[in-house]
Write a protein that binds this ligand. Structure first.
Ligand code: CP
Length: 321
């Protein structure tokens, strides 16, 4: 299964990663999302695109934004949503992931939205659905380990396009714990596919993965150099849950060196926007004054996430193997 997310016609059947996703597919998702932005302000907040479909939210890892916005997106598409309570499910009694999937598929699931701490879990499910000849069931990756968070990457692209219009004249900096970040990986693949000429990664050596240059990224360990004249800053939190061993002296030291303060923000272009996928840790990777400042678009990102997830789900649900 070389690229299991595309069917024989090159259409999106599952969304597992942005890596290898054609620009035309990304553009189609962003354009479709545009048509859903603002639906929350309408008197009737629903469209019937997934009426009669059952979406199962399977979050094996905690989430506030992704889980809630997938649920809202499903409801706005008129789907039935089932949020599996993992801690109260039979997964806690030793049932395997694929046995859980088989049982939920037997309840006529049409789509699984999956977050898992293990990189590759959504792939495993998509492959299993192919192997068990269930091409009508779709998988959307809601974040797997440190591998990918494709809908976050897409909503980040939607946000950048909204504020900056054109990708092809931008400098975008991603700052912080890039080593453990699935969001950074998805953003880098999306930004380079969409033609951003300069993508920068800024962080300490211990939090920068190898291979960034091969992905077309300029690497900086000095934030003062890295932030110079950028158009977009994407801040990342320290993902302590994925760290093994001491990679930093302390979070206070990290804030001193890499925390985004109003003073450091002045190094960027005057109209630069500040993004963060959340959850934010004020005073660790970002100062409160920046979070709440006029250049912050952190909360609009969350709102755009609903439209982007509606776009992904409606597109994927419309395609079969
Ligand atoms: N950005 C993001 O994935 O946030 P949650 O963990 O709250 O879903």
């Amino acid at each position: 299964m070389l690229n299991p997310q595309l069917n024989a016609n090159g259409e999106l059947q599952h969304l597992l990663t942005i890596d290898g996703l054609p620009k035309a597919v990304i553009d189609h998702i962003l354009d479709t999302a545009s048509s859903f932005v603002g639906i929350g302000d309408r008197e009737v907040k629903k469209v019937p695109l997934m009426r009669g479909k059952s979406v199962f939210n399977l979050f094996f890892e905690n989430s506030t934004r992704t889980r809630t916005t997938f649920e809202i997106a499903s409801k706005r598409l008129s789907a039935d949503v089932i949020n599996l309570n993992i801690s109260a499910s039979s997964a806690s009694k030793g049932e395997s992931l694929l046995d859980t999937i088989d049982n939920l598929a037997a309840m006529h699931a049409d789509m699984f939205v999956v977050r898992h701490s293990q990189s590759g879990a959504p792939y495993l499910i998509a492959k299993h659905l192919v192997d068990t000849r269930q091409p009508h069931v779709h998988v959307v990756n809601a974040g797997d380990g440190r591998h990918a968070h494709p809908t976050q990457g897409l909503l980040d692209m939607y946000t950048i396009r909204h504020y900056k219009k054109d990708f092809t004249n931008l400098t975008v900096a991603i700052v912080g714990d890039i080593l453990h970040s699935r969001v950074a990986r998805s953003d880098i693949h999306a930004l380079t596919t969409l033609g951003v000429p300069e993508v920068r990664a800024i962080g300490p050596h211990t939090l920068l993965p190898s291979g960034l240059e091969q992905m077309g990224v300029r690497v900086f360990t000095d934030i003062n150099e890295g932030l110079k004249d950028v158009d977009v800053i994407i801040m990342l939190r320290l993902q302590n849950e994925r760290m093994s061993g001491a990679l930093l002296p302390s979070s206070q030291e990290f804030f001193k060196s890499y925390g985004l303060t109003p003073e450091k923000l002045q190094l960027a272009k005057p109209d630069a926007i500040v993004m963060h996928p959340g959850p934010i840790n004020r005073g660790v990777e970002i100062d409160s004054a920046v979070v709440d400042g006029k250049q912050s678009v952190i909360l609009p990102q969350v709102t755009f996430g609903i439209a982007v997830r509606m776009a992904v789900m409606s597109i994927v649900a419309g395609n079969e193997a």
